[in-house]
Design a protein around this ligand. Structure first.
Ligand code: NDP
Ligand code: MG
Length: 381
């Protein structure tokens, strides 16, 4: 019986992880859960699954029979608890970086959905993984696909990783048409049902930009070894091309519970009782299109950030997180996001990232630059 701690259990990935745990009661038990502020759902989850510990950034009255941790560092403290066999990292944003580093110190498995922490954590995360012999198994569907496709050859035999992208809801629209796009349209993704920020990132293609850097971190590849293809059906989750010309692809219906289950059960595979099986005859056509890197600035900026390294990937992420907040607060428009992040990346004086403090500092600078752009160009704070 594996004990699982789910950080960010009240979110989209967190809730689906609990469904996977519930579907395999003889394999998994829920040990700890965490949230930022949604304590009603957090308590309900803890009760239903008889979890032992809960962590929440905001304090609330808590039942006596459960151990509660409160405060800004609550998730980090729960991540550090050595009782759990697997920590699922389903917190959104760079807020997951400290909990990730804390979990790594236990030298066990981290099933990681959060991509921002990998994009920003870079070498620091790598060094910690090596030092503490911890294992990262990706949940993000593209990275899970690549992780599985990589089992078919040695590292030296790999030519390139091919990330697929649904293209989001606006792939076929021109820039002019995007001028007046509403938030409701942005938050309606054609193939995946996800949290608010990643749904926005999917529409701007910043999600794919982050995933390019995430793949580079997870699988130790350079920018030239990673390409992107638009695949609107979201059936092929990503591919690996080998030197002999063979391309291995990973396919299933788009349902995050599948990669979540795999990240928990790896190297084994458990029965699928939750997701619709894939019937290719019902899908019919699978199509692929080249990405216009010039049109989608997010992809271009991501490659630049990856190539330059240093603090630039952190700034790419931090400015995008801040721009997303400004967008949700209706202070900037959909198309402004790209311009705002480009401004921050352009103004940032690149530095080496050799400590957690330097990463958090680059993140702060990114947010300040993004806010500065909104203030200067839009007159909004
Ligand atoms: P959600 O917004 O649905 O959930 C985020 C979770 O993190 C919630 O439990 C939230 O708590 C908690 N949280 C947010 N901010 C903080 C903070 N500062 N400190 C502690 N906890 C916090 O996000 P998703 O589930 O969609 O995404 C989670 C991560 O997984 C992201 O990094 C995303 O990119 C990645 N991912 C998501 C996919 C998806 O299908 N959703 C697919 C692939 C990757 P509360 O509820 O209290 O706010
Ligand atoms: Mg993904």
């Amino acid at each position: 019986m594996k004990k699982i701690t789910v950080l960010g259990s009240t979110g989209s990935i967190g809730r689906q992880t609990l469904e996977v745990i519930a579907a395999h009661p003889t394999e998994y038990e829920l040990y700890g859960v965490s949230a930022n502020s949604n304590f009603e759902l957090l308590c309900e989850q803890a009760r239903n699954f008889r979890a032992k510990r809960i962590a929440c950034s905001t304090a609330f009255p808590c039942a006596n029979d459960i151990d509660c941790i409160f405060g800004d560092d609550a998730a980090e403290r729960l991540a550090a608890d050595n009782e759990a066999d697997v920590v699922v990292l389903a917190i959104s944003g760079i807020a997951a970086l400290k909990p990730l580093l804390a979990a790594i110190k236990n030298g066990k498995r981290i099933a990681i959905a959060n991509k921002e922490s990998l994009v920003c954590g870079g070498d620091l995360v790598d060094a910690a993984l090596e030092k503490y012999h911890a294992e990262l198994v990706p949940i993000d569907s593209e990275q899970s696909a690549i992780f599985q496709c990589l089992k078919n050859g040695s590292d030296r035999e790999v030519k390139r990783l091919i990330l697929t992208a649904s293209g989001g809801p606006f792939f076929r629209r021109s820039k002019d048409e995007l001028e007046n796009i509403t938030m409701a349209e942005v938050l309606h993704h054609p193939t995946w049902n996800m949290g608010k920020k990643i749904t926005l990132d999917s529409a701007t293609l910043f999600n794919k930009g982050l995933e390019i850097i995430e793949a580079a971190r997870l699988f130790h590849r350079s920018a030239d070894g990673i390409s992107v293809l638009i695949h609107p059906q979201s059936i092929v989750h990503s591919m690996v091309e080998y030197r002999d010309g063979t391309i291995m692809a990973n396919m299933s219906c788009p349902d995050m519970r599948l990669p979540i289950q795999y990240a928990l059960s790896y190297p084994n595979r458990l029965e699928n009782t939750l997701c619709k099986p894939l019937l290719l005859e019902d899908v019919g056509d699978l199509t692929f299109h080249k990405v216009d890197v010039e049109r989608f600035g997010a992809i271009k900026l991501a490659y630049q950030a990856l190539r330059h390294g240093g603090g630039l990937p952190t700034v790419f992420n931090g400015a995008n997180e801040r721009a997303a907040e400004l967008y949700f607060d209706e202070k900037i428009t959909f198309l402004d996001i790209e311009t705002c992040v480009a401004y921050a990346c352009d103004r940032y004086e690149n530095q080496r990232m050799d400590s957690l403090e330097s990463i958090l500092d680059a993140d702060r600078q990114a947010r300040t630059l993004a806010s500065e752009w909104a203030w200067r160009v839009k007159g909004k704070k």
